[in-house]
Design a binder for this molecule. Structure first.
Ligand code: IMP
Length: 432
């Protein structure tokens, strides 16, 4: 028995929701450790659909504890709205099943505004990131700049006004520079005091809680958001999110030691997608790209934006296997490839006449690389709903085996439709 960390091995949207839900049924505690409400997934349980952005998936299952770790940036307005929406659907949320780290950073309205102001200004100069405009980046900037307001500050009315002054000195200087109205001390104090009573009941010393539960033998599932190529260090910088999305962050972002992390499961889509700007070597601008987008319903859960689609990039996923220490993968959406005459897998790149086996870190080089492809025969049969290898056409098995070999990690789970039971289980990550 071990703990499990779930990470996206591409640019997010790999289908983590279904796999996390499947695993959360086997876990006692589900922990989010980075990102915020820029993530988004839909869970379908007994025919009811639940949309989650900030809350860990375990929250919709009775008897499970959901934990928001210190590495998450928490928008209290989004938190309250999500809790209210779930309560309307009959999900009971209380400190009995939700804890929020007292040292987690808050996203305030001024962060959301700054995200939008900067993206709008960058649109005019063609340098926008294509963020979700949720204030994620500005909140992390304030955390690293040591001027953030944290969950516990809501309970300390003696020190809060000084912290508000400190954050405003910075933000009002920026706002003056951007030519937008300044924010007053009273506005922020009113915002904070209005949400305090709704947030504080959930606060906890999360590292201590997790340590006690670990000692009692609880099974802990760490639920990563976004994907490894959106990692602030290892991703396609600057077209990334503002947190570390790789598995190591599960330790720092929850307060558990790295030795407790256990099995690292990389969720991997059978082709590649990306939302927002940035390099994408295997992107398809043709009918096949269109086919993958339509058949795979590739529209963002949070922003509704159309996702860019392309061939599977084994060089990128091999990189993620290394930077995360991935033990095994959950391969998703294989059925979207049904019916294609041939399939391509990127095995490396050509850069300025040289052959390379990984994506270089420089933005210029990332834009110049040309994929080197391996071509495989497709299959005509449907793989939808397959629950054993015997249900899969020979060419589909060949494709999966080729993926495993090229990325250097085995398939632990294979998902063949959005239905939770349409999954081929090779290895149960909790039992590995
Ligand atoms: P931010 O996280 O809102 O700052 O956005 C930075 C980049 O990460 C943009 O390209 C977003 O489209 C991307 N991004 C953020 N969250 C997700 C996600 O959950 N799935 C896919 N892309 C995401």
């Amino acid at each position: 028995m071990t703990n499990v960390v779930v990470v996206g091995s591409q640019w997010g949207d790999e289908g983590k929701g279904k796999i996390v839900d499947w695993l959360s049924e086997r876990a006692d505690i589900v922990v989010r450790y980075q990102g915020g409400h820029n993530a988004g997934h839909t869970l379908v349980i007994d025919g009811t659909s639940y949309k989650l952005s900030l809350l860990p998936s375990g929250v919709v299952r009775p008897g499970k504890m959901a934990v928001i770790g210190n590495g998450v940036v928490v928008d209290p307005h989004a938190l309250i709205a999500e809790i209210e929406k779930l309560e309307k659907q009959g999900v009971k949320i209380s400190p009995e099943n939700l804890r929020i780290a007292d040292n987690a950073t808050l996203i305030l309205s001024l962060h959301r505004e700054l995200d939008a102001f900067r993206e709008d200004a960058a649109s005019n100069s063609g340098t926008k990131i294509g963020t979700t405009r949720r204030g994620i980046g500005p909140a992390y900037e304030d955390k690293v700049g040591r001027r953030a307001i944290r969950v516990m500050d809501l309970a300390d009315l003696d020190t809060l006004p000084g912290k508000v002054d400190r954050i405003l000195t910075h933000h009002n200087a920026l706002r003056r520079g951007l030519g937008v109205a300044e924010v007053s001390h009273d506005t922020i104090m009113t915002e904070l005091t209005s949400i305090a009573d709704r947030v504080l009941p959930y606060r906890d010393t999360v590292w201590l809680f997790l340590d006690k539960e670990r000692r009692k033998g609880a099974r802990i599932l760490f639920e990563g958001a976004q994907g490894s190529l959106l990692d602030i260090d290892h991703g396609t910088y600057p077209f990334v999110t503002s947190s570390n999305t790789v598995a190591g962050q599960a330790a720092a972002g929850s307060g558990m030691g790295p030795g407790s992390l256990g099995y690292i499961l990389g969720i991997t889509k059978a082709y590649t997608t990306r939302v927002g700007e940035g390099p994408f070597p295997t992107e398809l601008h043709d009918d096949i790209g269109q086919f993958l987008g339509e058949k795979g319903h590739e529209f963002g859960t949070v922003t509704g934006r159309k996702r860019r689609c392309g061939w599977f990039d084994a060089a990128l996923v091999r990189q993620s296997v290394a930077t995360n220490g991935i033990t095994g993968i959950a391969l998703t959406k294989l059925d979207v490839l049904d019916g294609l005459d041939e399939l391509k897998i990127c095995v490396g790149y050509k850069l300025d006449g040289e052959q390379i086996d990984h994506l270089p870190a420089s933005q210029g080089a990332q834009a110049r690389v040309e994929p080197i492809y391996l071509t495989l025969e497709g299959w005509k049969e449907s793989t939808v709903g397959a629950r054993s290898w015997a249900d899969l056409p020979a060419q589909a098995i060949k494709y999966v085996r080729q993926v495993e070999e090229l990325i250097g990690a085995p398939v632990a789970l294979l998902s063949t439709s959005p239905e939770r039971d349409d999954t081929i289980l090779v290895t149960d990550p909790f039992e590995d």
